[in-house]
Design a protein around this ligand. Sequence first.
Ligand code: APR
Length: 397
Amino acid sequence: MHIRTQVGIIGAGPAGLTLANILTAEGVDCIVVETQPRAHVVSRARAALVEPRTVVALDRYGLADGLLSAGMPHGSCEFRGNGERFSVPYSVLAGGRYHQVYPQQLLHADLIAARDAAGGALYFQHAAVALKAGDLSEGGTITVESAQSGSRFDIECDVIAGCDGFHGVARRAVPLEHLRPRVKQHDFGWLAVLADATPSTTDIVYALHDDGYAGHMLRTSTVSRYYLQCPVGDSADNWSDDRIWSELERRLAVPDWKLTTGRITQRNVLDMRSYMSTRMDFGSLFLVGDAAHTITPAGGKGMNLAIADSVALASALTHYFRAGGTDRLRAYSAERIADNWRSQEFSHWFMQLLHTPAGEAGDASFMRRLRSSRLDMLRSSTAHASAFAESYVGPAR
Ligand code: APR
């Protein structure tokens, strides 16, 4: 069996779903294939901090109703260190722009509902198992396999959008000498914890502790996300419920504050790797989101960058199919890479603020003292806090 479309989209994460919805709204034909079942895509808890530019872009296509009605506006974050606390009112410092806290799986559900309402093709439990991408004028082919029947078919398309994350087929289809990635493997891990626990804070909390960073993130009124710095290669099996709650209590401690605990529903050690492909277009194949770049969770950028990529690619593809010129499509890679690097720089800076080496070996005590000074600058200098605010809330567009 052969199917023909203008854009074949591999992956129904935030990148693939946003791209598909915008293309369909703009009259460009596309098909999405997703290896996981629908139930998995709408229940997998991941990010939640939605930048204002993401909200604006989704709202332009009527895709932000859910997040605007159920999201929690967030414009101030709290830092803790040495038993003290202070807030950075980043929304005030960034001209009134603020985040929405809205769990990614709810956004997935909204984007899938919009796709269904538009009658757009979206095949769950269909994995892209191979792809061929020629020059832009030649188009490409995605070979797809159904998980239920095992049968295979080809999707012939003018353009392939690889929105299949870091472990998908699209990135692996590009020779390494063309990707020429820049990679940073961080020398500490993060234990990510999700719990059915009422938030113990109204603002996201970043706690700098000599035994390692601890974070209290927000999700909903009954669910919270926490992070604990841990050694590289640590296993979630080493973290019992009791150990998690007592470590969070210890590292987040400030006077007159209490941590609300609850049932832990997820614990996993994150692979703390930053990865940047040096380009995102390869003939008729375009990489989008995590397929082209990964970033640490510090600053909550990953989902926003994936959506910003897909918004830019959708605009360039619409122009290409309407007017025929390739200039916008050819500008996609350079424009997105420049923006993605700015977020990488911020996330890397943030990591340096949050972490220090433990113990007394080497330069550990020097680095810890340096970190105190960094924190102090954030507390005492409006210029410093404003620069943080600009990067944290993300660009205006
Ligand atoms: N065929 C079809 N689908 C695939 C294949 C394949 N061979 N391989 C992977 N997929 C699917 C995955 O099951 C997943 O649903 O592609 C999707 C990729 O989604 P994400 O990994 O979420 O990637 P992306 O859309 O780029 O968004 C990444 O979201 O959670 C945030 O911060 C996080 O940076 C991250 C961002």
